[in-house]
Design a protein around this ligand. Structure first.
Ligand code: MN3
Length: 222
């Protein structure tokens, strides 16, 4: 992902609105990207506009160092910055191409969940159970161990020292037009769209970042 800061832009989808058919329908993708994500981008810019001292802060920094922001925009930036980050991450985590779980992420997934079915069932059940609006995340801890993590609203795993690998948006706007209240159908459909190549890139980047942090920590302790 390119480094972004104020003024944030509505990044185009890496595919067309109808590219994920029949799994995710065109109208849902159009509204989700051009209305919902645009609103988060516009709100975030509006909040930051009067505060030039934060105009060079990246999305990640606005989330990780949220407590340093002035109180009147802190929660708004948390919600809307998270909304931008999470949606960009979600859209880039899907693809119309056929991709397969492979590489280091595949090794880790089998190590941490034993079988594909165990992983799938655990993820599916937790996605079904999220109450209200939020996301289900697959994230890596500092040792590369994979965890499935439900988070409410627009919270991100970044603030828990976890590196996100995949996220499933279970806000109703992500599936209501096609699936109405039946979230299970949407979860199954989303699994058909996962961009495993992108997930593998994210996982390898997490391993590299953690390895560098580990070496730095080692250097500082000697
Ligand atoms: Mn959404």
């Amino acid at each position: 992902m390119t480094v972004q800061h104020y003024p944030f832009e509505l990044l185009p989808l890496p595919y067309l609105y109808d590219s994920l058919e029949p799994h995710i329908d065109t109208e849902t993708m159009y509204l989700h990207h051009s209305r919902h994500l645009r609103a988060y981008v516009d709100n975030l810019n509006r909040l930051l506009k009067p505060y030039p001292e934060f105009h060079d802060w990246t999305l990640e920094r606005l989330i990780l160092e949220n407590k340093k922001l002035p109180e009147d925009i802190r929660q708004g930036v948390w919600n809307n910055g998270g909304g931008v980050y999470n949606h960009q991450f979600y859209f880039a985590g899907m693809t119309p191409k056929h991709t397969e779980l492979s590489g280091k992420l595949k090794d880790a997934l089998y190590l941490d969940f034993e079988t594909w079915d165990d992983f799938y069932e655990a993820f599916f059940e937790m996605a079904l159970k999220i109450f209200g609006s939020g996301y289900l995340w697959l994230a890596a801890d500092e040792r590369g161990k994979l965890v499935i993590l439900p988070l409410p609203n627009q919270d991100t795993p970044l603030s828990q020292n976890l590196t996100p690998i995949l996220n499933l948006d279970v806000w109703e706007h992500a599936y209501y037009l096609r699936h109405k209240n039946l979230r299970a159908g949407y979860i199954k459909a989303w699994f058909q769209t996962i961009n495993w190549e992108e997930a593998e890139r994210r996982y390898q980047a997490a391993l590299l970042k953690n390895a560098l942090q580990g070496r730095r920590a080692g250097k500082n302790s000697t």
